[in-house]
Design a protein. Structure first.
Length: 477
């Protein structure tokens, strides 16, 4: 997706805290009912092969993928018509009002614009793809699967030309090997979602004068899901007690080397509609947690220090995986210890990724499970709709089932009024807090490491554009 976003432009682009900015569309008009979008296209733009960009090219590009039944983007499923008004104007009509249409149009794929000359026969929406031809700042020069992609500057780019003439993206699967490649000077940049840097390597990197550590507040969070079918977790006081027993500051400072911050809700402040006033969660208060368990009827404690109710011990299974998130194991062990302190026995179950995702999405064979939110342009709307909202295809919510919350989410994504949308999201986050629908853990930071010879570094706003590539340079400030 990173290469897609370098080679192909969208009609719009995703900016800081969700601001939608002009790209190939200089401006747009939205009807009062939120169902008709008219895009006014940038003039004088050419594809990398010199062919003109216009409204017909946009129509061609969308028709290549828009009817694919596998596509679940709302901009595809709700699109009723795509009309070329003139050479530089195109109108999209949708079956519903849904404010994230513009956000979806900023994604790295499949909404980016490809040239009609990229297929054979040229201009045939069903034609065979032959070459990546976009309007982006970069062109694909060569590609070796699972090895590298070589990109060169597009001489026909409509915006400010990149400072570099070539970028080589190398595949280095092993995290420690990435660090070694940085130290040896074999690569100039690594990290983020492109290839994570191990937390334990941070002190080594900070002590290397040839490297610079770049820290950027992330747009995702890590949290713990409660299975709402587990009887003990159906009690609000138990859910609150679990939240109050987790020392989030210790997780960030002791386990994550200070990389990140304590979670104060489901999403960090980098996510649209998250504000200081609506970002509220539970602090660390183990004695209060113990009292809540007692108030819920878990007054007895057996010889192993586990709270009892009606002769049944309060024990829960916590599922996690390490392949993608190795830090989850020590985090889970700390949570296990802290919940034991208030009388809850936690059994850890580490699964391989396939088994883990089966448990999360299919079997629901867990009481507690560690998970993460999506990133940037998918928050908050897409994540809320995916995990807190039932659909005809997924008749049960994944995280927590709550009819009031689902109605609020529907109201938020459907309104065209910005003030009403913000107020509704305030209510969404308040409902989550009042019902303690999950246990917040921490907000990770995005970590990139660059060589000191690389200048002009600036972090991007999405995982598919993690860096403003065009600003990078070597040896000059």
């Amino acid at each position: 997706m990173t290469v897609h976003a370098m080679v192909y432009d969208g009609l719009v682009e995703y900016g800081e805290k969700g601001e939608v900015r002009p790209a190939l569309a200089e401006s747009w008009d939205i009807s009062e009912d939120g169902k008709v979008y008219t895009f006014h296209l940038r003039q004088g733009v050419k594809f990398s092969d010199g062919t003109p960009f216009n409204a017909e090219a946009v129509k061609f590009s969308f028709e290549r993928w828009i009817k694919d039944p596998a596509n679940t983007l709302n901009v595809a499923t709700a699109l009723e018509s795509l009309e070329v008004v003139d050479e530089h104007t195109i109108t999209m009509r949708f079956s519903k009002s849904y404010y994230p249409f513009l956000t979806e149009l900023s994604f790295a794929r499949p909404v980016r614009i490809i040239s009609p000359s990229a297929v054979e026969p040229a201009g045939d929406v069903n034609g065979q793809f032959v070459k990546p031809i976009g309007t982006g700042a970069w062109m694909a020069e060569s590609y070796k699967r699972d090895q590298e992609a070589v990109l060169v500057a597009n001489p026909n780019y409509w915006g400010e030309q990149p400072k570099l003439t070539k970028i080589v993206l190398k595949v280095i699967p092993d995290p420690q090997s990435r660090v070694m490649a940085l130290q040896s000077g074999d690569i100039d940049l690594a990290g983020g979602q492109l290839g994570k840097i191990p937390v334990e390597s941070i002190p080594v990197i900070e002590g290397d004068a040839s490297l610079s550590l770049e820290r950027t507040p992330g747009t995702s969070s890590h949290f713990m899901i409660f299975n709402y079918d587990t009887p003990a977790l159906q009690e609000l006081k138990v859910r609150k007690a679990i939240n109050l027993a987790i020392n989030k500051a210790s997780i960030v400072n002791d386990l994550m080397n200070g990389i990140g911050s304590e979670a104060k809700g489901l999403f960090p402040m980098t996510v649209p509609y998250v504000t200081e006033s609506n970002q509220t969660w539970y602090g660390f208060a183990p004695e209060e947690a113990k009292q809540l368990l007692a108030d819920a009827g878990y007054a007895e404690v057996n010889g192993e220090g586990v709270a009892m109710k009606a002769g049944e011990p309060l024990q829960l299974n916590l599922v996690l995986q390490q392949a993608e998130f190795p830090e989850w194991k020590p985090i889970a062990e700390l949570i296990q210890s802290e919940l034991q302190e208030i009388g809850i026995q936690v059994n850890l179950q580490v699964l391989e990724p396939n088994g883990y995702y089966d448990a999360l999405w299919k079997t629901r064979e867990y009481d507690l499970i560690l998970y993460r939110t999506y990133d940037d342009a998918y928050n908050p709307h897409s994540f809320l709709l995916s995990l807190f909202h039932a659909t005809s295809d997924a008749p049960a919510a994944v995280v927590w089932s709550d009819a009031k919350l689902e109605a609020l989410i529907d109201q938020a994504v459907g309104t065209t009024d910005l003030e009403e949308r913000q107020a509704t999201y305030d209510d969404v986050f308040a409902q989550m807090y009042e019902q303690a629908m999950f246990a917040a853990i921490y907000f990770p930071e995005d970590i990139m490491v660059r060589s000191q010879r690389l200048t002009g570094y600036k972090a991007g706003y999405t995982t598919f554009t993690p860096i403003f590539w065009n600003q990078l340079n070597v040896g000059e400030q």
